[in-house]
Design a protein around this ligand. Structure first.
Ligand code: ADP
Ligand code: ADP
Ligand code: ZN
Length: 216
């Protein structure tokens, strides 16, 4: 299964990708996570990306396409993958198309998670994640079962993203509307786009996605 999870910042792409990755036993590929790792490690890519990410702007296409191109070549992608946060521009989508065509592959679906701006802000402003395993939580909508302890790995250290502040969120929405929404007609014209109502709770959204992918 080769999927793209598509939608604005905070719509729930990472949350649903965690479930889908486990369900199909395929990797969850988040360019945001990969870039944050590069920033934390201080690599050359990280140094190029840091200020742009903090400003809510996109990292240059050739940087993210390079990252994804390398990642798709790894063995764990043979049965498929879930892309989260990539592609984000038409140039990235074209590059992905070329990468896959070269391998004789194609995307199965692009799932668009639709959420109102008001709820997106609530989701982003309460977001935090496990520092050890990266699992995602929310102050109101998804607290760890035992306070202060990660459900998945039992660690007790959590982190919040530096770009999840009000000024940067506004800029990320602008960036999404200007540079990323043109991908909707792009994928619709290829008959790949499947919209999902992302407003209800996590399990309900998962159930909708299961329906689209015919998982019983
Ligand atoms: P969100 O979860 O809010 O959608 P991400 O974690 O996917 O955000 O991305 C965080 C930041 O990383 C983006 O604001 C952007 O600066 C950079 N980034 C992530 N993916 C891409 C991409 N495909 N192209 C360009 N920049 C990207
Ligand atoms: P994205 O990867 O699209 O930026 P996330 O998956 O990180 O979004 O979700 C943003 C925040 O909203 C997280 O704190 C997550 O726990 C929470 N969340 C995700 N989906 C839902 C949902 N359907 N209902 C309530 N909260 C959600
Ligand atoms: Zn954890």
């Amino acid at each position: 299964m080769r999927l793209v999870l598509f939608g604005p910042p905070g719509c729930g792409k990472g949350t649903q990708a965690q479930f889908l990755g486990g369900e199909f036993n395929i990797p969850h590929l988040s360019t945001g996570d990969m870039l944050r790792e590069a920033v934390a490690m201080g690599t050359e890519i990280g140094l190029r990306a840091k200020d742009l990410m903090e400003a809510g702007a996109l990292v240059p296409d050739e940087v993210v396409v390079g990252i994804i191109s390398e990642r798709l070549d790894r063995d764990d992608c043979v049965n498929g993958f879930i892309l989260d946060g990539f592609p984000r521009t038409v140039a990235q989508a074209d590059a992905l198309d070329n990468l896959l065509t070269d391998k004789g592959l194609k995307l199965d679906r692009v799932i668009e998670i639709q959420v109102s701006d008001e709820l997106l802000i609530q989701r982003i402003s309460g977001r935090f994640s496990c520092l050890d395993c990266g699992f995602g939580y929310h102050d109101r909508f998804k607290q760890p079962e035992r306070e202060g302890v990660c459900d998945i790995c039992g660690a007790n250290r959590f982190t919040r993203r530096k770009d999840d502040n009000e000024a940067t969120i506004r800029e990320r929405f602008n960036t999404y509307n200007a540079q990323t929404t043109p991908l909707l007609p792009y994928y619709r014209s290829k008959d790949l786009l499947a919209p999902v109502d992302g407003m209800p709770g996590i399990e309900e959204v998962t159930a909708e996605i299961r329906g689209i992918l015919n998982i019983s």
